[in-house]
Design a protein around this ligand. Structure first.
Ligand code: HEM
Length: 228
């Protein structure tokens, strides 16, 4: 089915956002190393889009009584977060260890032994791996035919895994910021993103309860009117 003009515009804006993010990463890294630039660029773009997708629902409650199961804007932003997250993983795996991605998770000893890599980057990689599995699951189930197949409620509960994904990505990012001795600005920006999501969720729950309460009172008064 053809995309509506509004959705097409959303996708074009998200593509421009992604290119702009990669350009900023290029200006930041200045190493000319493409895989490193893309690792940082796609990583942060995916994180920011994930945050936007989690904030859209609560914001919508300000001018709409119900939080609909399927909001195209939230879904499209989520799709771009998923795609850029996967591109980050590919770039990261191709970067540091010359593409030998097993070395991200295991330590190979000289005598042929293998042990899990449990230093800070090893733990960040395991967390990133679980996040990637969730990311792919959410990306696949965001398709129209999956929404029809899983029906509203089941689809919505699956999409709630976005909060688990957010927590995992935050741990992964904070650990890597320490390992890579990233500038304080990055840590502060990540902290702001965490606060934005927490505040949006608290406000969202509050607005939802107010709407529920109003709907309940409205239903009660219409029943009273009808039985009078
Ligand atoms: C198996 C999965 C993953 C692996 C192996 C991986 C690997 C890496 C590596 C090596 C870095 C450090 C880059 C550097 O500083 O040199 C990194 C950073 C980062 N990753 Fe991942 N990642 C994975 C999954 C994810 C996912 C799913 C996301 C987001 C959706 C993500 C977001 C980030 C972000 C925002 C950073 C930047 C942190 C910093 O400032 O260093 N990663 N990742």
């Amino acid at each position: 089915m053809w995309l509506s003009f509004k959705r097409l515009l959303t996708h074009i804006s998200l593509a421009i956002f992604t290119v702009a993010g990669c350009y900023l990463a290029f200006l930041y890294t200045r190493r000319g190393d493409l895989t490193y630039t893309l690792t940082i660029g796609f990583g942060y773009i995916s994180l920011v889009l994930l945050v936007i997708s989690l904030v859209i629902g609560p914001l919508k409650l300000f001018w709409q009584r119900r939080n609909p199961v399927n909001l195209y804007l939230r879904r499209d932003v989520g799709i771009w977060s998923g795609i850029t997250g996967c591109l980050h993983v590919v770039a990261a795996l191709l970067d540091h260890r010359g593409g030998n991605f097993l070395e991200y998770f295991f330590r190979f000893t000289a005598d042929g032994g293998i042990t899990p890599l449990l230093n800070r980057s090893g733990i960040a990689n395991y967390i990133g791996l679980i996040a990637t599995i969730l990311l792919v699951l959410l990306l696949v189930t965001s398709a129209d035919f999956m929404l029809r197949r899983l029906k509203g409620r089941r689809w919505k509960s699956l999409q709630r895994l976005n909060y688990v994904l957010f927590a995992l990505v935050i741990f992964h990012t904070l650990i890597y910021q320490q390992v890579s001795r990233r500038e304080q600005l990055f840590v502060e920006a990540t902290t702001i993103l965490i606060i934005v999501v927490l505040v949006a969720q608290i406000v969202g729950v509050h607005l939802y309860q107010i709407h529920q309460h109003r709907n309940h009172r409205f239903r009660k008064s219409t029943i009273k009117e009808a039985t009078r």
